[in-house]
Design a binder for this molecule. Structure first.
Ligand code: GAL
Length: 389
């Protein structure tokens, strides 16, 4: 399915991994609606790995784990749909899923049909246990064609972690989003690593735009599920983050235009996590209809600092420019960008009115330059209105 906006929803993996069942999934659907997460756009409920029996049935079809999902997937998807939400599931391009359950290699067409019958709207498609003799792109193309002909609109979420130069071929598969990174963990180093990978893997500015040119409308660059609000609890909860770090994480996923799949236990999320995940102005930047490519707006790295910290900008649908400044270093520091780095040189004679979307503070940027202090691991997200002379 061709995606017009970064998909949003909730996915079971980060917190629950194999500890999933139909009651949990129903509860998550209930909570999404009770807390109004669907109203701001989180509308996919996705079951990740470990949902199946270890063997297929006599017709070669996947079978939901009888203990975890005794009512079957159709009943569960009906329930999710009855809440006005969409239902997502998981499989893998190899012979087994990463959790060693049956996967779709050579069963792509059987499985696409099964998923369609179950009312699936979204398929996360992983990359473990792939036969060495076959190219990843061939396998994603198989599933892409199978889904496009299964009789139901199913979004293919390619999860090959950027392997085999995924960015070069993933759009040809019909995928609506693609994972550009390895797995996220709930700690600062993981978040920082994923942010830097979007820009330049080497952390040295070499005019390399990383994954940024390969996202956008049609097939969004997926930086992995969110860890906001996990606070160290759950499967990938290795350490946890501070609220500031979660805000930086969410700001990055927003400005880069990544899909936003919540990974915490939304039944127990604290107020701060809720505020971060539902901030309407940050979500508007993520979901912006122009879907423009983000870019580095401070010559890559602030060299005088002891760590690389990109400023990322993105042109928005109404002509505003979003600029995120990140302090990825471990010391408080100052950061800046100049107007000419975001298409606004002094000769433009335009006035620049900025709004800090996290604090609501509004101010004018004078002299086509902006400088600000940012505490370690924190960020600023500005939405700049351009008033032509
Ligand atoms: C990984 C994938 C994770 C999760 C896990 C399930 O390969 O990147 O997001 O789906 O497999 O086993």
């Amino acid at each position: 399915m061709f995606t017009l906006r970064p998909p949003m929803g909730w996915n079971s993996w980060n917190t629950f991994a194999e500890k999933i069942d139909e009651n949990l999934v129903r509860e998550m659907a209930d909570v999404i609606v009770e807390k109004g997460l669907d109203k701001v756009g989180y509308n996919y409920v996705v079951i990740d790995d470990c949902w199946a029996e270890k063997t297929r049935d006599e017709n070669g079809r996947l079978v939901p784990d009888k203990k975890k999902f005794p009512s079957g997937m159709k009943a569960l998807s009906d329930y999710v749909h009855s809440k006005g939400l969409k239902f997502g599931m998981y499989s893998c391009a190899g012979v087994l899923t990463c959790g060693q359950y049956p996967a779709s290699y050579d069963y792509e067409y059987v499985d696409a049909k099964t998923f369609a019958e179950w009312g699936v709207d979204f398929l996360k498609y992983d990359f473990c246990y792939k036969p060495e003799s076959v190219d990843g792109k061939a396998l994603y193309r198989r599933m892409g064609v199978a889904l496009a002909n299964c009789g139901r609109d199913i979004l293919l979420s390619a999860c090959s972690w950027g392997a085999e130069k995924t960015h070069e071929w993933v759009r040809s598969t019909g995928a609506g989003m693609w994972r550009s990174t390895g797995d996220i963990f709930d700690n600062w180093n993981s978040i920082k690593g994923i942010i830097l990978q979007q820009v330049d893997r080497t952390c040295e500015y070499k005019n390399n735009e990383g994954s940024m040119p390969f996202g956008g409308i049609g097939c969004f660059n997926d930086m992995d599920m969110l860890v906001v609000g996990m606070h160290g609890a759950g499967h990938v909860g290795l350490g946890g983050c501070t609220d500031e770090e979660y805000r930086t994480h969410f700001t990055a996923w927003a400005i880069f235009g990544s899909p936003l799949m919540i990974g915490c236990d939304i039944r127990k999320m604290d107020d701060e996590a809720y505020k971060i995940l539902t901030n309407p102005e940050v979500l508007a930047i993520n979901q912006d209809a122009r879907g423009a490519q983000p870019y580095v707006a401070n010559n890559g790295w602030v060299k005088e600092h002891d760590d690389c910290s990109p400023a990322i900008a993105r042109l928005l649908e109404n002509g505003d420019i979003a600029v995120a400044l990140f302090n990825l270093g471990d010391k408080d520091n100052f950061f800046d960008f100049r107007g000419d780095q975001i298409g606004l040189p002094p000769v433009s004679k335009a006035r620049l009115m900025a709004r800090d979307v996290w604090t609501g503070e509004e101010f004018e940027i004078h002299n086509y330059a902006y400088i600000t202090d940012i505490p370690a691991h924190d960020c600023k997200l500005l939405r700049i209105k351009v008033i032509p002379q």
